[in-house]
Design a binder for this molecule. Structure first.
Ligand SMILES: Cc1ncc(COP(=O)(O)O)c(C=O)c1O
Length: 411
């Protein structure tokens, strides 16, 4: 693992922690610019997962033997790492899920079951489908109404419009902390304070935020926060839902099964305490242990240093791309993370993605699971280069040259 100061990262050293960065794609050196889709995994994460699977594989919580006790201790140690990483009050408020999507669905089902016809949920126009569809399904099931706060041409949330949407019937504001399509960093503390001044709880979709900005759930005073391990350099198929205890205690379980019960008879089942109440079935044990290693890695490199390095890349990339004639940036908010969304005149983003792939460059092209946002910007799709702290300016130069080549091909 690489030691780095909080001021300047030793990127070439850091890149050695991610062996995939030294590989090729289509015969060219890999340029991985699809970090918003999933982040790469450092060796320490893979080693932690491998150690568990090869030498410690066992089920958690129920065992009476050595291996099970060890797996349980490692699993719970990771929960503590997550608690500390987002500064939750207690471990019981950290629920392991299958990902951000699963966490939001849990809240939509469980907290949602406490709501009634006529109640309202507010989201924004820049939400990922996973923070739209679960609420639409809840609205259909129970007769609620979904309200959508608009975004401006730069891709910033209209806070005045958001405030006007809050009324006596509002039961939740569910908002993305950082947009995966635009990179916009929303003023989450302001939004939470605003909603709380009307006694409305807030759910943050932190899928894109968690690897880029420090999230302190107590300082934010947020009620729910969901993120995915795989966007924080950890394994896929795993996520975290933070919930404020007062709310989680009032909410019924979502999935029923093993591990979430206190006692079962055919007459009546009583439920376990938090967090087990929301963790039915055998969890993703290896994944949780890997996520713990990912958090250790991020803490070691330092989130502040990561953010500073990515900010520098973002500004360099924005400047370089903006100079390309016929390129329009989609997402030009004043406060952004390292996402470069763009379209080219007369060239479909899928063609851009396919041709860049021939150069060994991995970007994403499509609607990014934000179809309503694409409609808002009047485009069917965008090309998206998303950067992480292990990327370099020279990789951005390669991207720019490849885009110019695409334009020449289509000229
Ligand atoms: C902003 C945002 N929310 C939610 C999700 C869903 O995450 P997952 O597919 O890991 O559940 C994503 C994934 O891209 C995302 O970018």
């Amino acid at each position: 693992m690489t030691v780095a100061s909080t001021r300047k990262l030793a990127v070439e050293e850091i890149r050695k922690d991610f062996p995939i960065l030294a590989t090729t794609a289509r015969g060219r050196p890999l340029v991985y610019l699809d970090n918003a889709a999933t982040t790469l995994k450092p060796k320490s994460v893979v080693e932690a997962v491998q150690r568990h699977l090869l030498l410690g594989a066992s089920n958690v919580h129920r065992g009476v033997h050595y291996l099970s006790e060890k797996a349980t201790a490692d699993f719970e140690a990771s929960r503590e790492k997550v608690r500390s990483f987002i500064n939750a009050r207690e471990k019981a408020e950290i629920i392991f899920t299958a990902g951000t999507t699963a966490g939001i669905n849990l809240v939509a089902h469980s907290y949602g079951s406490l709501l009634k016809a006529g109640d309202e949920i507010i989201i924004s126009a820049m939400e990922h489908h996973s923070n739209i569809v679960p609420w639409q399904m809840l609205c259909e099931r129970q007769g609620l109404t979904l309200r959508v706060a608009p975004v401006n041409d730069r891709g910033e949330l209209d806070l005045t419009a958001l405030e006007q949407l809050i009324n006596q019937k509002t039961r939740l504001v569910a908002i993305v902390a950082v947009s995966n399509a635009l990179g916009t960093i929303n003023p989450i503390k302001h939004i939470i304070d605003l909603a709380h001044s009307h006694d409305v709880p807030v759910l943050l979709d932190a899928a894109q935020a968690v690897a880029h900005i420090s999230l302190d759930v107590q300082a934010l005073d947020v009620d729910f926060l969901a993120f995915s391990s795989h966007k924080l350099f950890g394994p896929t198929g795993l996520g975290v839902l933070y919930g404020r205890r007062e709310l989680l205690d009032r909410m019924p379980p979502f999935l029923g099964g093993g591990d979430m019960i206190r006692s079962v008879t055919f007459a009546k089942t009583t439920y376990a305490d938090l967090p087990a109440k929301f963790e039915a079935g055998t969890p993703h044990i290896a994944g949780v242990i890997g996520l713990g290693a990912a958090i250790d890695y991020v803490n070691h490199v330092g989130l502040a240093a990561i953010a500073a390095a990515e900010d520098e890349l973002l500004h360099y990339g924005t400047r370089c791309l903006s100079e390309i004639p016929g390129l329009r940036m989609i997402g030009t908010a004043e406060h952004k993370t390292s996402i470069l969304g763009f379209v080219l005149d007369d060239i479909h983003p899928h063609d851009i993605g396919t041709l860049l792939d021939q150069e060994g460059i991995a970007i994403r092209a499509g609607h990014h699971c934000t179809q309503p946002l694409m409609d808002r910007f009047g485009v069917p799709a965008t090309a998206r280069a998303s950067l992480a702290f292990y990327n370099t300016k020279s990789e951005i130069d390669t991207l720019v040259q490849a885009i110019l080549k695409v334009q020449r091909l289509f000229a």
